[in-house]
Design a protein around this ligand. Structure first.
Ligand code: MCA
Ligand code: AMP
Length: 505
């Protein structure tokens, strides 16, 4: 029973006539449909020659079909590899060359572009899948039989690869096993007291851990239902809230809800839980939310490489500014960044994680994997401390990372793209506090020619190079970047200098 799908199905098979999802177009998916459609996708994958352990790269708009394809991959023993639709062709070429998928599933609207890239990247097969269930892949799947014997898998066998960027070098594929995903799904289901009566408001993207594994696997593990929205749009979310019992989101979701005049206690009277993660939830937002709705948002902390690590309690104090305690079965230590020596309680150090949730390593990068573990613990790169009651607070990051609206942006990648431009002598990319996104990407450029100060030249040069969410919200110009004696750019000083760039009021 180590195949994640078999475990989930064992739980929901008693509820086949119950609703799994209400879809944006008014269709309703029952658990019986989940069984049948995932079986069709699994058959189709096998018919296309996708073998056990083969990667299936998927870059499509959010849809229920994409979820069925995910489950079909699990059932067929293939490795699901979702990609942000915002990635440009240049970014995709890298992922495809690295992961060598045997099938690439594209949105019908961009399939032609993918076709052009295909031979360059050595891509074998491209099929299409649209958000409305159109495309060549869906057509093939719909002809396939609705029953499939799920392939047995071991705990350590791969279920998915999710790419995550790094401070240096290109993105790395985090390998997640059936056991990794199952352990987290069941731990969270129990901790957050999910049941078959729950209705999750799902407005997150499904190409990342939060929307795909946390939201979807926990719902499946409890036999509950979801209101499946294509994206976060405040109005649509407000309209759906009265029918939901649980919502999961990044802090920007909660900031936007608080900006709605009609967002009040009555609207969320039916809710039992709001969960926040992927980026720090400002204590002020936490407090304002509680004052407006009576609900204390439950903040938890995770990573692509580890799934979820800590959570504020379901019953008990949910303390603003903390990410709660280690999950059952997960060990957290706060270590000296240089030596890995565990620090006395209360000291700030790097957060290190061990447990069944921690990934199997980076795809084909054993050295990088080895460098990020010590004593069996994964080194998160997040700086934190643990208080006397066991609550963990994240106080900073060792890694040079910006989190904008819950999406990670690595300055090194943006600096490389801008640094290549003729007009640019030097560039530093930093995250500046932003009222909506938490942090926003800002580039500080030293131009090659004094007096050059045209942000549009920089912006237009990045359109085809970087996904939109990585492109700077503002480009600033200066004659000189602050540097230390070693010649290293002092980003803390730069951030301080421009800290009020997006300040309101
Ligand atoms: C969209 N844009 C963004 C972002 N999202 N720019 C910067 N940061 C973003 N996060 C671009 C759009 O393409 C658009 O481009 C422009 O910015 C304005 O978009 P806007 O309408 O404001 O944004 P939106 O489309 O409403 O999206 C904002 C969002 C969305 C709803 C916050 O970014 C979102 O759903 N974020 C969730 C991310 C997430 O799921 N993270 C989980 C990672 P243009 O101007 O050209 O039209 S998993 C993880 O981190 C770990 C494991 C964990 O702990 O969960
Ligand atoms: P990702 O690479 O998308 O998996 O992002 C993981 C990173 O998001 C973590 O290493 C943290 O820096 C950050 N993160 C996730 N949840 C939280 C949280 N609740 N508070 C602060 N940072 C968070």
């Amino acid at each position: 029973m180590s195949n994640l799908y078999s475990r989930l199905a064992a739980d929901f098979s008693a509820n086949l006539d119950r609703v799994f999802a209400w879809l944006p177009d008014g269709r309703v998916l029952q658990y019986a449909d989940v069984e049948a459609q995932s079986a069709r996708y699994a058959h189709m994958l096998r018919d296309l020659g996708v073998g056990v352990g083969d990667r299936v790269a998927v870059q499509v708009e959010k849809s229920a079909e994409m979820l069925m394809l995910y489950l079909g991959c699990l059932r067929a023993g293939a490795v699901f590899l979702p990609l942000n639709p915002a990635y440009t062709i240049g970014e995709l070429e890298y992922f495809i060359g690295d992961a060598e998928p045997s099938l690439f599933v594209a949105d019908p609207a961009v399939a032609e572009k993918i076709g052009a890239m295909r031979s360059a990247a050595g891509l074998v097969r491209v099929e299409t899948l649209g958000a409305e269930g159109e495309g060549t892949l869906a057509a093939l799947a719909h002809q396939a039989p609705p029953r499939f014997d799920t392939v047995p898998r071991d705990e350590d066998d791969l279920a998915a690869i999710l790419y995550t960027s790094g401070t240096t070098g290109r993105s790395k594929g985090a390998m997640l096993s059936h056991g990794n995903l199952a352990s987290n799904a069941y731990t969270l289901r129990d901790l957050w007291q999910f049941t078959a009566d729950d209705v999750l408001l799902h407005a997150l993207p499904i190409f990342h851990t939060h929307g795909l594994f946390v939201a979807t696997n926990v719902t499946l593990a409890s036999g509950g239902a979801m209101i499946f929205l294509p994206r976060f749009e405040t109005e649509a979310v407000v309209a759906a809230l009265p029918r939901a019992t649980v919502m999961m989101g990044v802090p920007t979701f909660y900031i936007r809800l608080l900006g709605e005049a009609g967002f009040d206690r009555d609207l969320v009277a039916h809710m039992r839980l709001f969960v926040s993660g992927s980026a720090p939830l400002a204590p002020d937002v936490h407090r304002e939310f509680e004052a407006r709705t009576g609900h204390a948002i439950l903040e938890r902390y995770g990573m692509t490489e580890t799934n979820m690590n800590t959570s504020n309690p379901y019953d008990g104090d949910r303390i603003p500014g903390t990410v709660g305690m280690p999950l059952p079965g997960v060990e957290i230590r706060i270590a000296d960044p240089a030596t890995g020596r565990p620090l006395p309680q209360g000291d700030v150090g790097v957060i290190e994680i061990r447990g069944p949730n921690v990934f199997k390593g980076y795809w084909r990068q054993p050295e990088k994997t080895a460098a990020e573990f010590r004593d069996g613990y994964f080194i998160s790169g997040d700086l934190g401390r643990c208080d006397r009651r066991g609550y963990v607070s994240i106080v900073g990051r060792q890694k040079d990372l910006i989190i904008a609206g819950g999406f990670n942006v690595y300055p090194a990648e943006v600096e490389e793209a801008i640094g290549e431009l003729d007009a640019v002598r030097e560039v530093a990319v930093i995250g500046i506090p932003h009222p909506d996104l938490g942090e926003a990407v800002v580039a500080v450029v030293v131009p090659r020619e004094q007096g050059f100060a045209d942000p549009a030249t920089i912006a237009s040069a990045l359109v085809d190079k970087l996904a939109r969410f990585k492109q700077p919200r503002k480009v600033l110009f200066t004659n000189q970047l602050p540097k230390n004696a070693m010649g290293k750019v002092q980003k803390a000083e730069l951030r301080e200098r421009h800290s009020a760039l997006f300040a309101t009021g």
